[in-house]
Design a protein around this ligand. Structure first.
Ligand SMILES: Cc1cc2nc3c(=O)[nH]c(=O)nc-3n(C[C@H](O)[C@H](O)[C@H](O)COP(=O)(O)O)c2cc1C
Length: 211
């Protein structure tokens, strides 16, 4: 009887360990548009909601609320060792440093990513090292930011950012979200959720690289 009880409690402990949900992660969602009436913010906020639903912390970085100056330092910001000359950049650096993973929600402008976005990531360097990023391309055309996603992939390596395969291409964004950010096309929910799940898995797996 005693050994049966011991076996049962051992199994319960093993099960608890096996099914312990992953720790809560800090996921930072960057919106790459500062335009009046921009749509990328709707995709960024929608992703943030799903990140929270999945039990993680979500922070949307919106450069309308905290604009960044252009990179203007005499040396590459990566060589400044975190001593940035602007309070806004220090704040962006702090947010990125605390992140376990990123989602970049970036508009397609003339077949490329926005200047606002590139300027923002060029301010930082080590803050991104060995962290995963999931890419969301946003366009009002039918290509859904596919070109943006591929172009961002081309530069991720420079920041030692690991761009996961799973992404979301938000085509004809004006038909995907209403003005309040409500999702109008349910098919996107599954895509965002799969992407976030893959991102969280990558973030967990990459933690030892940053120790
Ligand atoms: C400067 C500029 C260039 C654009 N170029 C494209 C483009 O090449 N392809 C496309 O599908 N949409 C293009 N758009 C439309 C955006 O995809 C659209 O505004 C979408 O809502 C995403 O950008 P937003 O977050 O700034 O709203 C362009 C918009 C701007 C402002």
């Amino acid at each position: 009887m005693y050994s049966f009880c011991l076996l049962k409690s051992t199994l319960a402990v093993l099960q608890a360990v096996a099914y312990t949900p992953s720790m809560s992660l800090n996921i930072v969602i960057v919106c790459g548009s500062v335009r009046e009436d921009r749509k990328s913010i709707l995709a960024a906020n929608y992703a943030a909601g799903l990140v929270k639903e999945a039990g993680h912390n979500a922070e949307v970085v919106d450069f309308v609320k905290s604009p960044l100056p252009f990179v203007d330092t005499p040396v590459s910001p990566g060589d400044l060792k975190g001593n940035y000359p602007y309070a806004e950049v220090m704040q962006w650096s702090k947010i990125a440093t605390n992140a376990d993973a990123f989602i970049f929600a970036i508009p397609e402008y003339n077949h490329g990513y926005s200047g606002v976005f590139k300027n923002a990531i060029d301010w930082l360097y080590r803050e991104f090292h060995h962290k995963p990023v999931a890419l969301v391309g946003v366009s009002n055309g039918s290509v859904g930011g596919a070109r943006v996603i591929e172009q961002i992939r081309a530069v991720c390596g420079a920041y030692a950012l690991y761009d996961i395969k799973e992404n979301v291409m938000v085509r004809k964004v004006q038909e995907v979200f209403d003005d309040n950010g409500q999702l109008l096309q349910p098919i996107y929910e599954k895509q965002f959720k799969s992407m976030i799940e893959a991102l969280a898995n990558a973030a967990e797996a990459m933690k030892p690289l940053r120790k």
